[in-house]
Write a protein that binds this ligand. Structure first.
Ligand SMILES: *[C@@H]1O[C@H](CO)[C@@H](O)[C@H](O)[C@H]1NC(C)=O
Ligand SMILES: *[C@@H]1O[C@H](CO)[C@@H](O)[C@H](O)[C@H]1NC(C)=O
Length: 820
């Protein structure tokens, strides 16, 4: 993951100065009495006029200030791609319902702003922990041995397995469209001991909670909740049935009927409502159960209903959501009917998976293919729908302001750690998603591109809604409009265009036509706000030039966070990766303009300029080292040292500060790493280029990036290899192996291996070896630990960082399938 949680320097608002100057000018006019005494009336008129002038100037300045302050939150003036009803059941019935709450172990909601939410919590009884841990939101602290989707097609169904210490939970759901409100769905939760015969008592809690609209009413049978009937704007009338198909022996039923004023408080409310009772007659064991009707006196009424079943495993629960407007359903989606539908969808999934990825023909075993199915399903099953507004800030705003409210349909990097939208991750996600289901991918891209403001900016981290915001520390919430993020959405767009060019498919053309005005604005924002000080150079913004606490001030905007750049950020810096992203974007803009028969000359000219190798070399080729580099005010000899204690407070622990051992100067930043590869990664180098050969040779050098597990991010011999950026910041992009960059490397190697040129053979050999190393290691780590990871250690190959990380690390599926 990159670019998460950044702090950027705050610029002083320039507007203050402008305003006071103008006001001075206004005042000047009013202090200029005419000497002519004979015309009192004229003076009066002048005075009135002057007063008017002051007022007008004041209003203009106010108006201009207001204009500048609101610019950042003004949507782009172009037709929206997602119109108000395009996620409605009428327009898009198949994607209306979904497991769009990836941050929860299992949850369902619709693609509407204030969707009621449905979800699962559970707790293990008799563990003697106080309070008993309730599982709800995915968390690494829960230390589950494993969890994730085994199969999920993004549309009809999903099958997930979750491993607790002593038992397994299977969560399955099937949807069935019908009626006017998105149809039915049923979820089945099954519990089974890991070791046959092992006894364990577990509670499952399944809830519905309203988000500010609608009504729900429980039907009770003693302490057991049998059903909830409800109504909401988008769902109309509905019933939620709690069933247990195979009677669990000795099961106890309880419920909670309560009021939640916010969706991020559900678990808390549940925890606070727990009661303790004896489990057995002899009262040797006691268990926790929900407290029944507990509605705070001053609340507007119940909006949170929970059904709880407590029993000895194995047992099952079914929850069936039925839309009342669905009158002609063939049968009820429960027990056998449910199993049959599920079976049918699972078979279609397997068939389609073979059609799309064809891993059988690549020689993979059944276990390896099951792994790939699960990796892909977690990418697809991790897609969420979020609604709300970002907090943003421009240099004209004193305080952060709310972006407009919008829905975002998007994949997420990690269900446990980053369960929300990240701009540059999403481009990588959609390389995989678009292979599986191009419609889903276009829908996701459309949602993202609708978030462009009038300046052409898209906030790069999307923290929408209370559940998302509850997981991000306040200091990281605000997004600033100077800051970019790699425009990776161009990558899936490029695939789409490559596949569709020349086709007469009208939906493809409609999509391109809708997307083009937005891409133009987006492109132009990069091409104006992210330029460097000399022509055709580019520079990431958002680095802190003033800090002395960081070994190398971070460049979160580049996505590569602490990857070493010029040690002293200045406006003279130029970044080779951003320049290459711009070359890619210019080329794709040219292609789209051509495909649409629009003027492409300026994009093509910029593309030609940015792919001019002589010019590229002049700006970024370090001929001393023979590799591509950033350029800037730089010193390679920096380290963190503890300052001398302050004599007035000798025991205070002072943070280490940076000491520069060799004076910085304007020069190439000579670290070798992912950034040095960009002219190759984005296929800018011609196939006969000498520099390409040089990169191909360097790739295999184990003193640089090569390991048996994939390419590490920074050369073993780079000055900042594996160095902490501050005492509190462990290395992130300073050695570890990242899968998105390895995917780009393989994609390039594959390209050069298959393009006539001098270096085809070496590209082919390196390709095969790197691909083997990566796949083998990711598989091995998955088997060993149950997870796919954010990064892999370059010394041991072990997975590390957040997990499960089935965002771009799931690109391993495309690597296995050799789809680039
Ligand atoms: C979607 O909304 C537009 C107006 O906002 C309306 O013209 C159109 O008929 C609606 N389409 C559907 C299928 O509801
Ligand atoms: C990008 O910016 C440069 C100036 O920095 C300009 O010359 C070029 O025309 C721009 N390209 C496009 C496609 O707007």
């Amino acid at each position: 993951m990159g670019g998460h949680g950044q702090k950027v320097r705050q610029r002083k608002p320039d507007i203050k100065k402008e305003r006071s100057d103008d006001q001075e000018a206004g005042k000047g006019k009013s202090k200029n009495p005419k000497k002519d005494a004979s015309s009192g009336i004229r003076n009066l008129i002048l005075l009135v006029l002057a007063a008017f002038a002051v007022i007008i100037v004041f209003v203009l300045v106010k108006g201009y200030t207001w204009y500048l302050e609101t610019l950042v939150t003004k949507p782009l003036n172009a037709p929206k791609m997602i119109i108000d009803n395009s996620t409605s059941p009428a327009v898009s019935p198949s994607r209306f319902w979904g497991s769009y709450r990836p941050h929860a172990y299992f949850g369902m909601k619709t693609r509407t702003p204030r969707s009621p939410v449905f979800g699962l919590m559970w707790l293990t009884q008799f563990t003697f922990e106080m309070p008993p841990p309730i599982r709800h939101w995915c968390s690494q602290d829960d230390k589950l041995a494993k969890y994730g989707w085994l199969k999920h097609d993004g549309v009809n169904f999903g099958v997930q397995e979750i491993e607790e210490n002593t038992y397994k939970i299977r969560t399955e759901f099937v949807k069935r469209p019908g009626g006017d409100h998105g149809g039915d769905w049923t979820a089945r939760i099954s519990l089974e001991p890991k070791v046959k015969g092992m006894k364990q008592v577990v509670s499952l809690m399944f809830y519905v909670a309203l988000d500010g609209q609608g009504v729900v009413t429980p039907s009770l049978d003693g302490s057991r909740m049998k059903k909830v009937t409800g109504y909401s704007e988008e769902l109309g009338h509905f019933d939620l049935h709690f069933l247990n198909p195979e009677k669990a022996s000795g099961a106890r039923y309880h419920h909670l009927v309560s009021y939640a004023n916010r969706l991020d408080r559900l678990k808390n409310l549940m925890q606070n409502s727990l009661r303790v009772d004896a489990w057995d007659k002899a009262r040797t064991m006691s268990y926790f159960h929900l407290g029944g009707r507990l509605i705070p006196r001053d609340s507007p009424g119940a909006n949170f209903m929970v059904h709880q079943i407590t029993a000895e495993i194995p047992f099952q629960m079914e929850v069936a959501f039925e839309s009342v407007s669905f009158i002609d359903r063939p049968n009820r989606l429960r027990s056998n009917a449910f199993s049959e539908e599920l079976q049918k969808h699972a078979e279609n999934f397997d068939k389609k998976f073979t059609e799309v990825f064809d891993l059988e023909n690549k020689g993979y075993s059944k276990d390896e293919i099951d792994f790939a199915k699960s990796a892909m399903s977690n990418m697809i099953g991790g897609i969420g729908y979020f609604y709300g507004s970002s907090l943003v800030k421009s240099k004209y705003n004193k305080e952060p302001v709310d972006y407009w409210e919008a829905g975002l349909y998007t994949g997420v990097p990690s269900r446990s750690f980053f369960p929300r939208g990240f701009l540059w991750d999403e481009g990588f996600h959609n390389l995989l998603i678009s292979q599986w289901d191009p419609e889903i991918s276009e829908d996701i891209m459309a949602h993202w591109l609708d978030l462009i403001n009038t300046e052409g900016w898209i906030p790069r981290e999307q923290i929408l809604g209370v559940e998302a915001r509850a997981r991000v520390p306040d200091e990281f919430v605000v997004q600033r409009n100077e800051n970019a993020n790699p425009p990776t959405l161009f990558l899936p767009l490029q695939r789409l265009i490559k596949r569709m060019t020349g086709s007469q498919d009208p939906t493809f053309h409609r999509f391109l036509e809708a997307v083009f005005p937005r891409l133009k604005a987006w492109y132009s924002w990069y091409n104006t706000t992210q330029v460097g000080s000399i022509p055709s150079s580019y520079r990431w913004r958002g680095r802190d030039a003033k800090t002395n606490l960081e070994l190398n001030p971070k460049t979160l905007t580049s996505g590569l966070d602490d990857y070493p750049r010029a040690s002293h950020p200045t406006d003279d810096e130029r970044h080779v990766d951003l320049r290459c992203w711009m070359a890619l974007a210019s080329g794709i803009m040219t292609d789209i303009a051509k495909e649409l028969g629009q003027d492409h000359s300026e994009y093509e000219a910029t593309h030609n300029l940015l792919t001019d190798i002589e010019l590229l070399n002049k700006l970024h080729w370090n001929s001393e080292k023979s590799w591509y580099c950033d350029y800037g005010l730089h010193s390679s000899k920096v380290l963190l040292q503890r300052p001398r204690p302050n004599p007035n407070n000798p025991h205070a622990q002072l943070d280490k500060v940076r000491v520069v051992k060799e004076k910085e100067s304007l020069r190439y930043v000579e670290s070798f790493g992912y950034v040095s590869l960009f002219p190759f990664l984005l296929k800018i180098l011609p196939p006969d280029s000498q520099n390409l050969f040089r990169i191909l040779v360097d790739l295999k050098n184990s003193q640089l990036l090569w390991t048996n597990y994939g390419l590490r991010s920074l050369a073993l011999k780079a000055p900042l290899y594996n160095k902490r950026n501050t005492e509190h910041d462990p290395p992130y992009w300073r050695g570890a192996i990242w899968i998105n960059m390895n995917y780009l490397t393989l994609s390039s190697l594959y390209h050069y291996a298959n393009t006539p040129g001098k270096y085809q053979k070496i590209a082919q050999e390196t390709y095969s070896e790197l691909r083997n190393n990566l796949v083998k290691n990711i598989l091995k780590e998955y088997e060993r630990t149950g997870y796919i990871y954010e990064q892999y250690d370059d010394k041991t190959g072990q997975g590390k960082g957040s997990h499960p990380f089935t965002g771009w690390s799931a690109l391993v599926v495309l690597i296995m399938a050799e789809k680039y």
